[in-house]
Ligand binder design. Structure first.
Ligand code: ZN
Length: 198
């Protein structure tokens, strides 16, 4: 099922995700719906907050990003990153490695907005899987960037928080407009709910 993706201005995007204690059918269904929604929106990653659930759960698929190379080791074994997609990370713990580099990022919660963001070149992640085990991921390049972006979402951090101040200032009126539209949408939804519950 394709879920609506929440946009900037929705307060849930700022909520730190709760740890998932049990991987049950609800979590499996949520992850499947998030993968479907991410693909439908042509995104490379989607965090639970973006579909209205403040949980430590994110999905990624960088296989369509042909021009932005990635490296991946799963439990110490080098694999073709594409072969491991989509990735589902539950309760991920991240360590940033190496130098930083600046690269272009967008976000499904910020339509048509992109900016250069400084990120670590590689990351090590320990996460739980849908099968109930744990995996150790060493990622480099674009995948490392995507993982850092999604991991930030799980802490309620958005890519605008990491933009250089001049870039953010240049976007300020667009961001305000987006925030206003989102708030109007939320009020509209709430009004519909209270009408139907009367
Ligand atoms: Zn995002």
């Amino acid at each position: 099922m394709i879920l609506p993706i929440l946009q900037y201005g929705d307060p849930i995007l700022r909520v730190k995700g709760k740890r998932i204690e049990e991987i049950n059918d609800r979590i499996r269904e949520l992850a499947a719906n998030m993968i479907e929604s991410m693909h439908a929106a042509h995104g490379v990653g989607l965090a639970a907050q973006q579909i209205g659930e403040a949980l430590q759960l994110t999905v990624l698929d960088i296989s369509a990003a042909e021009d932005r190379p990635s490296t991946l080791k799963l439990d110490g074994n080098e694999v073709d990153p594409k072969s491991a997609m989509p990735l589902v990370l539950i309760n991920p713990e991240i360590e940033l490695r190496g130098e930083t580099e600046v690269g272009l990022e967008g976000c499904l919660s910020f339509p048509e907005i992109t900016a250069d963001i400084e990120r670590a070149q590689s990351v090590t992640v320990r996460a739980e899987t849908l099968e109930g085990g744990t995996i150790q991921i060493e990622a480099g390049g674009f995948l490392a960037r995507a993982i850092q972006h999604e991991h930030d979402h799980l802490d309620g951090i958005l890519f605008i928080d990491r933009m250089r101040s001049a870039a953010k200032a240049a976007l300020s009126s667009r961001l305000k407009r987006l925030q206003k539209e989102t708030k109007r949408g939320i009020r509209h939804r709430e009004a519909l709910v209270s009408e139907t519950t009367l």
